[in-house]
Design a protein around this ligand. Sequence first.
Ligand code: MG
Length: 354
Amino acid sequence: MKIKNLECWSKDLKLTEPYTIAYETIDTSPHVFLKLQTESGLVGWGCAAPDLEVTGETAAGVLGHFQQTIEPYLRGKSPFQFALILDELRTLIPGNPSALAMVDMALYDLVGKKAGVPLYQLLGGYRDSIPTSITIGILPVAETVEKARQFIASGFKILKIKGGSNLEQDIEKIRKVREAVGAGIELRFDANQGFSVEQSVQFIRATQQAGIELLEQPTAKENESLMGEVSQRVQVPIMADESLMTLKDVFRLSSNNYTDMINIKLMKVGGITEGMHINSVAKSAGIESMVGCMDESALGIAAGLHFALSRPNILYADLDGHFDLEDDPFAGMIRLKEGVLYPPELPGLGWKGA
Ligand code: MG
């Protein structure tokens, strides 16, 4: 099986509702799509959702790397050499994790199609569905509560609330949302590095009664020991997100006891192959994983979902990045029912189109 034809193009996907997190407001999501075709006519799909702040890339940059490096390198290669391909590409285009994730995804799509099974089964098939959280960006308290009500009414059981720029308001939000949604709904909080150690501890204490399931990236990624300090001082698990970009990161974070959980996003780590290595290190340290996402086409979310379903150690999913996209070419790829995600039961990633 050899790769014969390669196509790559960029497209900005608009968000139906712009949202704000601790450091920016977002209204579009740049994407780069990849279509690989083998000699026998099998098609593999991939996408990159580059983000200067998170992955350090732009769509133009990813496209440039495709033209100059990926395209000539991949032509004639077998998708079954994916470990070699990704290893070599990582050296050829260092610091381009979403471009790597795009290639990784398309290769796995081809391998799954050749095997004739959905990717999550090929990778281990540990589960066949997983509940996802849905995110509420930074909004005034009343609007946050209203959104929480709407999401629960539409079947979601896990809310991820963003904050980190106003401690008092964050505390009030959690209390009010808990009042509104009642027990039995999980609340996760993502401070996106916005808190100090003291603020993190204060936040956890003040929301103890409301109860949050986990606190994501409370403190600055530049000083990881701060996150470690928070983790030592509170009972609620602390999850590293921005601090975790590479395999080296998870080794360092876990060896130093800086985190209790990790958030693996395919776009920041460079795809499923690297995600599996990262998750294995986490497992060895007794750290549970979540698969998260950027604002991503349902194609990228499907890749994250197949990965999440394949590993015992991945207990959490935050795969909601496709819900608010206008004109996503892969819309409808994943089934959502009562807050639970189900993968397409078709070979590979499972896109029905050729
Ligand atoms: Mg996060």
